[in-house]
Design a protein around this ligand. Structure first.
Ligand code: S3P
Length: 181
């Protein structure tokens, strides 16, 4: 099983890194938020607004549970709150190697200020909301992940190279496996 699962806080670059990593590995890229948006034919914000957070969290868990035993050659990026739900860390580790993209509070605040697509940060006091969530979630991400990769001040290529090196998932291994099968 070659899959790589990217976890981390909102704004940590899971999608940007995931798309580039998948391209480099000639893997498929998937994202739980996009899958849910496609399934519900609505944005995440409107799912939160109309159905509530609990409903969204159930959809997230169902999405990864449905993948068990089915994912192959995939980079999967998951929403920032998904690993926080009880049992989801274990499910993610069954799907592939779990990589935590760790980003500083300052970078997250910079990237998310003015963002109106994240319902959890919709109030006026975004910084305080980020601080509270980060404090609670950071240890959960660490515990859920096989490896942690620091992303601050690093180029996409450096991050991707580190992920490939530390997971052992790289194009040489994959092309060798493909020529053998
Ligand atoms: C959330 C993160 C979002 C999205 C939703 C809730 C969270 O995904 O799933 O807004 O609870 O951290 P990203 O981490 O891709 O922004």
């Amino acid at each position: 099983m070659n899959n790589i699962v990217l976890i981390g806080f909102m704004g940590s670059g899971k999608t940007s890194v995931g798309i580039r990593l998948a391209k480099k590995l000639a893997f498929r890229f998937m994202d739980t938020d996009l899958i849910i948006e496609e399934g519900c034919k609505r944005t995440i914000s409107s799912v939160f607004e109309e159905e509530g957070e609990e409903f969204f969290r159930e959809l997230e868990t169902k999405t990864i549970r449905d993948f068990i035993g089915k994912l192959k050659d995939t980079v999967l990026s998951v929403g920032g709150g998904l690993p926080v739900q009880t049992g989801n860390g274990r499910l993610l580790r069954q799907l592939g190697q779990v990589v935590y993209l760790k980003t500083s509070r300052e970078t997250i605040i910079r990237r998310l200020s003015g963002d109106d697509t994240r319902p959890l940060l919709s109030g006026d006091n975004t910084e305080e909301q980020i601080d509270a969530l980060l404090k609670f979630r950071a240890p959960i991400y660490e515990a859920a992940a096989h490896i942690t990769v620091i992303t601050n001040g690093r180029k996409f290529d450096e991050i991707i190279d580190e992920i490939m090196m530390r997971t052992g998932v790289n194009h040489e291994v994959i092309s060798h496996k493909r020529t053998k099968s």
